[in-house]
Design a protein around this ligand. Structure first.
Ligand code: HEM
Length: 512
């Protein structure tokens, strides 16, 4: 504190600085950074101080960006400087690895894991994830038909199952996968343990430190779970019983190509590989279930768009459930999805980058260690690119004249290319999941609207619409909306029969 006070006094008026809220000694502005919906505060400051501003929380300097060009200049063109990850106080050893590649510094472990995950994902995408997304969607529709009130649970489980099937051929792990992802996200978020904001608390002695003890236990369990699945998959590989369309198979096959026929490994190598596959499996759950839950909400609140999308689906698919083959013919479905992710971002703060060394930008020194945030919530509301940014308007992706419109509509909008790819981050740290996001959200959205009508829930006691707070979320780095209620009704008897038929067809093959 004394050091800070001195440097603050020395620093007054002496250097060029970015604009920003007034800083106070020792605390900076930590006192008015809310733990929940922090992006609203960052947007408020952006409106006041401009597209790049400076602030501090305790001793941690921040640069917050809300302009795509500036973010490109720093995070892409100068990616060799701004691609570190800051320490999240309540997550143990994440910068070193090997557990969370998205949160590691840029060292060899990160490079190896990123390269491997990128190639594994690209190969699976070539085969549109081997039809697993469609099969799980058919199961999801069946469950929704039987018990629509549990739609939020089922939505997350759907995402968890797809990922665990791809990772280890064990969709039954889908629910655990979702829970594990959720707890990890809690621990890494400002809205999570108090020690993420009041960081000095982390250094309390273990005997009186519930945050530290919890994290040790959580991380140990998660790693054991990953390692267990890895070893089970290895046993199956040895017996010739592991399907070739899993990431685990791909990994073991590579070992064999290197001459390791028996798949014998030191524990350290197994831990490395199980974390690499385990994390890829984990990171694909809530990242997708959050947008899907917001999509269902948006459709219930915007019947005019739901109807347009359903007319399109009925015209193209008729009585059969939509699949990836219908992608080109269903631009309205894609526009509703793309607009959902813009309107209610799943990663509204973006994922923080950190300056790996001192740099100078526009005459201002940016110190090594500064956290650089391209605030997705603000980027999605830049008026010149997204007019009427607070409103859900899928037409901005479908009609010429809007800044985000792109042709041909058989291809755009999508989540892999074209407009607004800032959603998936920047430069060397760009998201590795865009392909699966594109497939999974499309099949889920098209098939749900094919089978069901979504609408507001009417309270049986008052007869009034149950209100939905569309901004209420768990405020995690990657978030989901708070539980909400809508009505989900099958679109007629025939459609119900088709849903059940589809469900029975896949249930024989799926592990439950
Ligand atoms: C709509 C869904 C998703 C969104 C909006 C999203 C967004 C992001 C963002 C903003 C980042 C940080 C980029 C940066 O630091 O500049 C990121 C990183 C990452 N994402 Fe995604 N993501 C989504 C889904 C997925 C899925 C489904 C997977 C994998 C199955 C995935 C895998 C990753 C990985 C591995 C990283 C870390 C990259 C690195 O640090 O090297 N993401 N994502």
């Amino acid at each position: 504190a004394i050091k800070q006070l001195l440097s603050w006094r020395k620093g007054v008026g002496s250097k060029a600085r970015f604009p920003g809220p007034q800083q106070f000694p020792i605390v900076g502005r930590v006192h008015d950074l809310p733990r929940f919906s922090l992006w609203l505060k960052f947007k408020e400051w952006a409106d006041e101080h401009g597209p790049i501003y400076y602030t501090k929380a305790l001793n941690q300097p921040f640069i917050v960006i809300s302009d795509e060009k500036i973010a490109e200049e720093l995070l892409v063109k100068r990616g060799h400087i701004y691609s570190g990850r800051p320490q999240i106080r309540s997550l143990i050893r994440h910068k070193e690895g090997p557990a969370y590649s998205a949160l590691m510094d840029r060292h060899d472990i990160w490079k190896t894991q990123r390269k491997w995950a990128h190639a594994a994902m690209a190969e699976a995408y070539k085969h549109h994830f081997y039809g697993h997304v469609e099969k799980e969607a058919a199961r999801y529709l069946g469950l929704l038909l039987l018990d629509p009130a549990r739609f939020l649970d089922y939505t997350r489980e759907f995402c968890g199952r797809v990922m665990s099937r791809l990772a280890w051929d064990d969709a039954t792990q889908g629910r655990t996968n979702g829970d594990s992802a959720d707890t990890t996200l809690h621990c890494m978020s400002v809205s999570g343990p108090l020690t993420n904001t009041l960081t000095p608390l982390w250094y309390l002695p273990k005997a009186v430190n519930p945050w530290y003890n919890y994290e040790i236990e959580r991380e140990r369990n998660q790693r054991a779970w990953w390692l267990n699945n890895f070893r089970l998959a290895k046993e199956r590989m040895r017996k010739g019983d592991l399907p070739g369309d899993t990431w685990a198979y791909r990994y073991f096959e590579q070992l064999r190509k290197e001459g390791n026929e028996g798949l014998d490994q030191e524990e350290e190598q197994e831990v490395f590989a199980s974390c690499m596959i385990g994390f890829l499996n984990l990171v694909g759950v809530v990242t997708i279930s959050g947008p899907l839950k917001f999509f269902l909400m948006a459709m219930a609140l915007h019947p005019e768009w739901q109807k347009k999308a359903q007319e399109e689906i009925d015209r193209v698919c008729g009585d059969r459930m939509p699949t990836m083959k219908d992608f080109a013919e269903l631009p309205t479905v894609r526009a509703c999805l793309k607009e959902t992710v813009r309107w209610r971002s799943g990663v509204p703060l973006g994922v923080p980058h950190q300056a790996e060394r001192d740099d100078e930008y526009r005459g201002v020194t940016i110190k090594k260690g500064t956290i650089v945030l391209a605030c997705e919530w603000s980027l999605n509301r830049v008026p010149s690119k997204y007019p009427d940014g607070e409103t859900f308007r899928p037409e901005r992706w479908l009609e010429p004249g809007w800044p985000t419109y792109q042709e041909p509509l058989t291809r755009y909008p999508n989540f892999r290319e074209g407009q607004s790819m800032h959603t998936f981050g920047w430069g060397r740290r760009t998201c590795l999941g865009q392909n699966i996001v594109d497939d999974e959200t499309f099949v889920f959205a098209a098939s749900t609207l094919w089978a069901f009508n979504l609408g507001p829930k009417i309270c049986p006691r008052t007869g009034k619409v149950v209100p939905i707070d569309t901004q209420a979320t768990n405020s995690h780095v990657i978030l989901e909306p708070d539980p909400y209620q809508i009505s989900i009704k099958v679109r007629g008897e025939e459609r119900g029969k088709s849903v059940l038929e589809g469900y029975h067809k896949v249930m024989g093959e799926l592990r439950v």
